[in-house]
Ligand binder design. Structure first.
Ligand code: NDP
Length: 366
């Protein structure tokens, strides 16, 4: 536990130092080349436009099952024809020296396969959350990265988001005193019954895999602890065509070694985005807490007394740039990412325990 906590702290400090001292000095002009795998919503609408704001990252390749979309996207971002791949020819990326990092933005059930293939092609990997659909897959991904001597980072963007970074710092430095309880609820209304997210083979699960993982992360990074036991309850209308294969709503309680409790809720039936850490000297609250933008934060003795409007900037102009350039920095300097594969594995072990607890109707010890 202590080692985990220290690793997070060291990781955070290393990130701060990289920004402050110019860790890129060794290769001042080099930009790390990214291949984006899967041109869906998050890749097209959120990630790709951010390369223009990156100082250490550029997009050099695209992998897609839709050739017309790939060609149009390549034109928009100046990706050369030889940098366009389909899934059948994915392994050819090994022959493209421009590609340093493969960024996997595919449905969850495909993360492990493409991560392992990317490592076999000699590339570093940034993989979206959730890392995979089982702890066993996460372990195989980590092993493949080690065998290839390549970096593996998970797309936990909140670790690069200024409000969340400041909230973590305040929690660690005792601004709220001894943290006793962390509450986090995350949800949105999932309207599309045809989405891969509602099919277990591709999603691995329902709202918990998708949005509830933010509540789990928040409870862990605000408490700075790893849970020792989990009690969970699933409430899903299985006659709703959206929820034949995956859960809608799941609530769980985590007991931490200090005696603190994490209480989390994940759902596909209402919009909610909230993090609240309660300590014996005060509270740290974010609402919304983990959005792409517009997050807000308060600290106070017993309420929202002081709003923090201007947290120290993160490592990039926004969380997405911070994340992309951090991975680039890790490749350039050999440093470990602050959110490595092991962090994704920790979450996946807890997620498996949450599902087991709900299924078996008992507390699961970790
Ligand atoms: P989309 O459904 O919008 O896109 C997924 C893309 O994957 C598709 O467009 C397709 O691209 C490709 N794909 C390959 N095989 C399949 C298949 N069998 N079924 C469906 N798509 C396939 O999903 P998102 O972009 O919303 O999510 C992708 C990943 O990113 C998920 O792991 C998700 O959890 C994560 N994510 C993370 C976010 C964050 O804030 N960190 C936010 C949103 C998503 P193509 O047509 O090019 O082959």
């Amino acid at each position: 536990m202590e080692i985990d906590r220290r690793n997070m702290l060291v990781g955070g400090m290393a990130l701060a130092a990289a920004g402050a001292t110019g860790a890129f000095a060794a290769e001042p002009d080099r930009k790390i080349g990214y291949a984006i795998v899967g041109l869906g919503y998050y890749a097209l609408k959120v990630i790709l436009p951010q390369f223009a704001n990156c100082s250490r990252s550029r997009v050099v390749a695209l992998v897609s099952g839709d050739p017309a979309k790939a060609r149009a996207t390549a034109q928009t971002y100046g990706v050369p024809d030889h940098g366009i791949y389909d899934y059948a020819h994915f392994d050819d990326i090994r022959n493209n020296p421009d590609i340093d990092v493969v960024y996997i933005i595919l449905p969850n059930g495909l993360h492990a396969e493409y991560t392992i293939r990317a490592f076999k092609a000699g590339k570093h990997v940034l993989c979206e959350k959730p890392m995979a659909v089982s702890a066993a897959e996460c372990e195989a991904m980590i092993a493949a990265g080690r065998a290839a001597n390549r970096k593996l980072m998970i797309g936990y963007r909140c670790h690069f988001e200024p409000f969340n970074r400041e909230a973590m710092r305040l929690a660690r430095t005792g601004a709220a005193g001894r943290i006793r309880y962390v509450r986090s609820e995350h949800g949105f209304v999932q309207r599309d019954p045809t989405k891969w997210r509602l099919h277990r083979a591709l999603s691995g699960g329902g709202s918990l895999m998708d949005i509830g993982i933010y509540a789990l992360q928040a409870a862990r990074y605000m408490s700075g602890e790893e849970p020792v036991s989990i009690t969970a309850k699933d409430s899903t209308d299985r006659t709703d065509p959206r929820f034949r294969e995956v859960e809608d709503m799941i609530e769980w309680t985590m007991l931490f070694p200090s005696g603190a409790i994490g209480g989390c809720l994940s759902m596909y039936s209402a919009n909610q985005n909230h993090v609240l850490a309660m300590g014996d000297k005060g509270r740290i609250e974010l609402e919304p807490g983990t959005r792409y933008d517009g997050n807000r934060m308060w600290v106070g003795a017993d309420g929202r007394e002081r709003e923090i409007t201007n947290p120290p900037p993160g490592p990039g102009v926004n969380q997405f740039v911070g994340q992309l350039d951090h991975m680039a920095d890790c490749v350039l300097t050999g440093r470990e990412p602050i959110v490595p594969g092991e962090e994704g594995l920790r979450d996946m072990r807890i997620i498996e325990a949450i599902y087991r607890s709900a299924r078996e109707g008992r507390t699961v010890t970790l």
